[in-house]
Design a binder for this molecule. Structure first.
Ligand SMILES: [Zn+2]
Length: 202
């Protein structure tokens, strides 16, 4: 084989750090979600990825640990869903692979939409103790996103692993962002045997 790179790197959109820097610490769940949904919207407006954002917060203090956005198409990687990006960033930030360590404050992951099969699988390994989502799976499906082979009872599956789940927080705002993405055109990746780029208008 040809020589492969000796490290894995991916850059983040230039606007992301400034957006994260504008976060005003809060302990109100809906404010966290509106902040996350705003990042998903900005990711569309800036043409830096798909219409999804996720963030990790310290549950008790409301401190923002990381903010991620979907980077699949812009960074040419099928694993760079927003939850994965937020988890990678939080773990890098805190210097641990386990956000649920006994010496850690409890961490909560907010995502602008429900997790796909991959992110559902990654959540228990991340160490987050709480997961909160905005748009429902059916909102994503309506505009062509496929979550893959996620169990119907995914919430119970996560809860059986000690992760508390809440869905539909600020759902209307989150769904609006998905519709905006559809209206303005963008990449939608469908999983039907192989990755297919269905359309790109910008
Ligand atoms: Zn995912």
């Amino acid at each position: 084989m040809s020589k492969q790179p000796d490290q894995i790197t991916f850059s983040l959109p230039e606007w992301l750090a400034e957006y994260a820097g504008n976060y005003r610490t809060s302990i109100v769940l809906e404010e966290w979600m509106r902040f996350v949904i705003g990042a998903a919207r900005k990711n569309i407006e800036e043409c830096t990825g798909g219409p999804f954002a996720a963030a990790v917060f310290e549950r008790e203090t409301g401190k923002l640990v990381s903010l991620g956005v979907n980077l699949v198409v812009s960074r040419q990687s099928s694993v760079l869903h927003t939850e994965m990006v937020a988890i990678i960033l939080a773990q890098q930030q805190l210097g641990t692979y386990d956000l649920g360590g006994t010496d850690m404050p409890a961490h909560e992951l907010l995502s602008s939409a429900e997790p796909c099969a991959m992110c559902f699988g990654a959540l228990p390994w991340s160490g987050v103790r709480y997961v909160v989502t905005g748009a429902l799976s059916e909102d994503g499906r309506l505009i062509g996103f496929d979550e893959g082979a996620k169990p119907e009872n995914w919430i119970q599956e996560l809860e059986s692993r000690g992760i508390e789940v809440r869905t539909s927080v600020e759902r209307d705002q989150a769904r609006e962002v998905l519709l905006l993405y559809q209206q303005t055109g963008g990449h939608i990746v469908q999983h039907e045997g192989e990755l297919t780029l269905t359309f790109r208008l910008y």
